[in-house]
Design a protein around this ligand. Structure first.
Ligand SMILES: [Fe+2]
Length: 315
């Protein structure tokens, strides 16, 4: 005997209920997607400079921006909003950790140029490269040679008074403090050359603020001397499982590093991970974009207004 084919009438009230609630579920899902994708959270983290490998007395306020992925008008508006939000915190220094994803042309659009110039003229600003900055055209489809592309990016950033550090070190004095800013090339592109721009651990006199796009790289950088590493890349997974700190889609070896905030690492070092300004395909759920402000000072975490202590170092 053949199986009876199920018909609409067999579901009765369940089918009617589904028909009524499905438009509301769809609308709620769309609104969540739309609102989440345009929302930018300000995250402020305090850090006691005396606990770092090369102690810092501070005060020093660092604005950390990353991953704008400037591939459309919505992304440019998010960058403008992120820069306005960041500059309102009156930082001493800005660090931009890559994945600009500029259009495939020699110059910036007027809006992107204006936004980045506003940042670069307001505060000393340094940048490193992300994996999306080495190829042009569609993702992963390199229609121009990376070195030609990188020369354009360097020139574009220089016009905005932002200094690109590609495996380079820059020593500066801010608020009477001498420190070193180091920017690494991208690990996925085989362009991370720590020996070229970092001293070995124990042989450094200056506090080093390190920009490395991919947070997974901290394990390869342990032999070197640095205080705080600033990273992005993970976009906080663009989706966080509700009520957890799990980011199942983060493109990392160690997905725990996708959590935005401070992560305590071995040797007293700290990772400052940002969820970033933009997102791949513009999609975010339960994982908003962010702008990060790090306040380094003497005993600053003792009476900090917000932000937890760094999570425990990995074993
Ligand atoms: Fe990115």
């Amino acid at each position: 005997m053949g199986k009876r084919i199920l018909r609409r009438q067999d579901f009765g009230w369940k089918f009617q209920l589904l028909r009524i609630v499905s438009p509301f579920l769809f609308a709620a899902g769309f609104c969540t997607y739309w609102l989440e994708s345009s929302k930018i959270t300000l995250r402020r983290w305090p850090l006691d400079g005396q606990e770092l490998p090369v102690p810092m007395t501070g005060p020093l306020r660092i604005l950390h921006l990353t991953d704008p992925h400037l591939s459309g008008n919505a992304a440019v508006r998010r960058l403008e909003n992120a820069i306005s939000l960041g500059l309102a915190q009156q930082p001493d220094l800005a660090l931009f950790t890559g994945d600009f994803e500029f259009d495939d042309r020699e110059d910036l659009s007027a809006a992107v140029h204006a936004a980045l110039l506003r940042l670069g003229t307001a505060v000393p600003t340094y940048a490193c490269l992300g994996n999306h900055d080495y190829a042009s055209g569609e993702h992963g489809k390199a229609v121009r040679k990376p070195q030609s592309r990188l020369a354009d990016i360097r020139a574009c950033l220089a016009k905005c008074q932002i200094q690109l550090l590609q495996n380079q070190r820059q020593e500066i004095v801010i608020r009477g403090q001498r420190l070193a800013i180091v920017g690494l090339g991208d690990w996925w592109w085989g362009d991370m050359k720590g020996k070229k721009c970092l001293k070995m651990a124990g042989s450094e006199d200056l506090p080093v603020l390190l920009m490395s796009h991919n947070p997974d790289t901290h394990v390869f950088l342990q032999p070197f001397a640095w205080n705080v590493m600033f990273s992005g890349h993970a976009h906080a997974g663009q989706f966080r499982l509700p009520f957890t700190q799990r980011y199942p889609f983060a493109p990392l070896r160690d997905r725990s590093l996708a959590r935005p905030g401070l992560h305590a690492l071995k040797g007293g070092r700290v990772l400052c991970e940002s969820a970033g300004v933009g997102a791949y395909l513009g999609v975010r759920l339960n994982s908003p974009a962010d702008v990060t402000v790090l306040d380094i000072g003497e005993g600053v975490s003792a009476n900090a207004p917000e932000g937890p202590a760094p999570a425990a170092p990995p074993q």
